[in-house]
Design a protein around this ligand. Structure first.
Ligand code: MCA
Ligand code: AMP
Length: 402
């Protein structure tokens, strides 16, 4: 099924595979019929996610997994048929497809879809009192704050009244800085509810709908989810304030990486899914400290693999070697930064590199910073030391193109 505008892009592929292609208009003019019976164990969805490997993996979830993910959120956040929510997040991620679309459909709630996120049209609808619920990534809240702060005091009061009327605003997909949480509360009177999830598990941890919403924390296990922290030996950490890896169990946990049994086996330990995220538990709330892998970058809510970007950059005719890292960024959370060693007598600047990359990488994976250096920092084994690469960008002598 495809929108009429996009159908031509996959028409040839469908023909080659012998798959029937319908536009949305054609599909919706077909009379509705009874839905087929589906086994809960049947595969329902594959979302691709980047990770510690250079190629994205297909995360396969069953109907039972999806039902568990939806029921957990509908219960925790008290969705009802009277809810109204805007959709401006991409549908190829859990945040858009499960938390917004599927929960709304399940509850019989109303959903208003935007072609893409743009602050003004969304703000106008908030001001008109169009919604009861709002879900977004931290970058979107940062962008909305920029617009609100630039507005006149009268307009700001009108936005504030619109936001105050919502019954719940949620942030997730990346860390919400406590500063942004506080700025948002001051501007709109809304205390954002931060939650934590992952493509492989749906949502796992959340601040409560009723009760303390703690800035900088992601709360505790959602209904139907078991969460623990494990030390390096895989043992459960029982003491408060000791850091460990978040591990998750529950009916919402995915079935397998598509055609990757090795990768699937590697992420389960004694029946627990190992997230690779490191946290502490403080007075019953999980607080995320970071990730085990330096090769995962979260930019504007998108999870990017540094290795995937490096593999593409190494095909650039001027680049001899390179390392990709995520640098802290006020708007994006983390921004893709490239340290590159060039072939002798070569030159390269950021606009030229971005143009070259545009043909080969999704727009949100394009480098935002470029540092040309003589050599990459390596350890005794010859492996690039990513934390030292990050430091290179901070050094006062560094000539970073941004
Ligand atoms: C756009 N750009 C980006 C990103 N998005 N660069 C880095 N990271 C990004 N995420 C680039 C544009 O190509 C452009 O580059 C420049 O930044 C400014 O674009 P702008 O128009 O301001 O941005 P935008 O198009 O408004 O997009 C920002 C966005 C979007 C709305 C925040 O990135 C977005 O929809 N993110 C949400 C992703 C998401 O739903 N993630 C959930 C997955 P140039 O200037 O060079 O042309 S995580 C998940 O599902 C788990 C389970 C969970 O917990 O939720
Ligand atoms: P994805 O694979 O795109 O589903 O992204 C999942 C990852 O996003 C998690 O493993 C975390 O690293 C990160 N993440 C999601 N929600 C939060 C949050 N509230 N705070 C910090 N990190 C988060």
């Amino acid at each position: 099924l495809a929108d009429a505008d996009l159908a031509p892009r996959i028409a040839a592929l469908c023909q080659q595979l012998g798959v029937r292609l319908l536009t949305l208009e054609e599909a919706s003019s077909t009379p509705a019929g009874p839905l087929p019976e589906l086994a809960p164990s049947r595969a329902a969805l594959i979302l691709y996610t980047s990770g510690t490997t250079s190629k994205p993996k297909g995360v396969l979830t069953t109907h039972a997994n999806i039902q568990a993910q939806i029921e957990s959120l509908v219960t925790a956040w008290a969705w009802t048929a009277t809810d109204r929510i805007p959709l401006f997040l991409p549908l190829h991620h859990i945040h858009g497809i499960i938390n917004v679309v599927s929960c709304a459909l399940w509850s019989g709630a109303s959903l208003e879809a935007f072609p893409r996120f743009e602050p003004r049209p969304v703000l106008d609808r908030v001001r008109a009192g169009a919604y009861t619920l709002f879900m977004a990534v931290p970058t979107i809240y940062v962008k909305l704050i920029q617009v609100l702060e630039a507005d006149t005091a009268t307009d700001r009061d009108a936005w504030k009244a619109g936001f105050a009327a919502l019954r719940l605003m949620v942030s997730g997909s990346a860390a919400l800085p406590a500063r942004v949480h506080d700025q948002w509360a001051a501007l709109t009177g809304q205390k954002l509810l931060e939650r934590y999830g992952m493509t492989e598990i749906g949502m796992a941890l959340s601040n409560p709908l009723r009760g303390e919403r703690r800035a900088g924390s992601v709360g505790y296990a959602l209904p139907g989810v078991a969460a623990c922290l494990a030390d390096e030996q895989g043992l459960d950490i029982t003491a408060d304030e000791v850091a460990g890896e978040i591990r998750i169990r529950g009916a919402g946990v995915f079935q397998e990486y598509w055609q990757r049994p090795d990768a699937t086996a590697a992420v389960f330990h004694d029946g627990w899914f190992c997230t690779g995220d490191v946290a502490v538990i403080e007075r019953g709330y999980f607080r995320i400290l970071g990730r085990q892998s330096v090769d995962i970058i979260k930019s504007g809510g998108y999870k990017l693999s540094a290795l995937e970007i490096e593999a593409v950059l190494l095909e650039h005719p001027e680049i001899r070697e390179c390392a990709v890292v995520g640098l802290p960024d006020e708007t994006w959370g983390e921004a893709v930064a490239v340290a590159a060693v060039l072939h002798s007598r070569s030159g390269l600047d950021l606009p030229a590199l971005k143009d070259w990359c545009r043909e080969r990488l999704s727009y949100y994976k394009l480098p935002k910073h470029l540092l040309i250096c003589d050599a990459l920092p390596r350890n005794a084994m010859g492996k690039v030391v990513k934390p030292d690469v990050r430091q290179l960008f901070n050094s006062s002598a560094a000539q970073v193109h941004s």
